[in-house]
Write a protein that binds this ligand. Structure first.
Ligand code: DX5
Ligand code: ZN
Length: 224
């Protein structure tokens, strides 16, 4: 298990979303992100049912594990995550995030993710109220706040995420919890620092990072 604690005050970890990588030259592209100072890799798994797009599953995660030593955090945008937990664990990834809107028994799925040796994450769409995940705050290692409708890279940031991040940060402070707050969708040099100031620990960024002329410069902008 390869993971990171909460970042220093005022800083955030940077998680490039592999969805925006060039899959015809994945090894070089991921190497370049590592050299640029990325802290995690964010893997977007889509099933064409939970979201209107299809990407990859555990088979490609196994290949990605061989290409990078960074912590690998998979974001499952799939309807039945409970059916695929073992293959994802075997692929060697470090964290597995399920959606609260998925068709699964959330507490038992989170428990199983932990038993399989992975960090437990829960995510919610921009239109899903924060109250839906409050019952699970003691059973997760990270919370992934979606700032776009899941399914595609390159969309515009929805500021509703800022309120959710701030509230999750407040709840963490008052109730002594240690989960990481992760934000995903439309993160760039303007929205990233806003999320960091609101209390986010990990900034996921796809198109803005992979499309950069100088990736290291953009990673630094998000880091602090
Ligand atoms: C959207 C994915 C995101 C996406 C982010 O469903 O979960 O991780 O790749 O891409 P950008 O940063 O381009 O919005
Ligand atoms: Zn994602």
């Amino acid at each position: 298990m390869n993971w990171l604690p909460r970042p220093a005050e005022g800083c955030a970890w940077v998680a490039p979303s592999v969805l925006s990588a060039d899959f015809s030259r994945l090894a070089e592209d991921l190497q370049s992100m590592t050299a640029a100072g990325a802290d995690f890799l964010h893997l977007d798994v889509m099933d064409g049912h939970f979201v209107p797009n299809i990407t990859f599953g555990p088979f490609i995660c196994t290949a990605l594990r061989k290409l990078s030593t960074l912590p690998l955090d998979a974001h499952l945008m799939i309807s039945r995550p409970d059916n695929y937990l073992e293959p994802f664990a075997k692929s060697g990834i470090d964290g597995l995030t399920i959606h609260v809107e998925a068709d699964a028994d959330i507490p038992s799925t989170l428990a199983r993710i932990g038993e399989l040796g992975m960090k437990r994450g829960i995510s919610l769409k921009p239109g899903t109220p924060l109250e839906t995940i409050l019952p699970y705050l003691d059973q997760v290692d990270l919370i992934l706040v979606m700032s776009v409708e899941p399914g595609f890279g390159g969309q515009v940031f929805n500021p509703v995420a800022l309120e959710k991040i701030a509230e999750l940060d407040r709840l963490r402070g008052t109730e002594g919890r240690e989960y990481l707050i992760n934000v995903d969708g439309g993160i760039n040099g303007e929205t990233g620092p806003q999320c960091r100031e609101a209390g986010a620990d990990i900034l996921v960024s796809g198109s803005w990072l992979f499309g950069a002329p100088d990736r290291a410069e953009r990673v630094r902008i998000l880091n602090r």
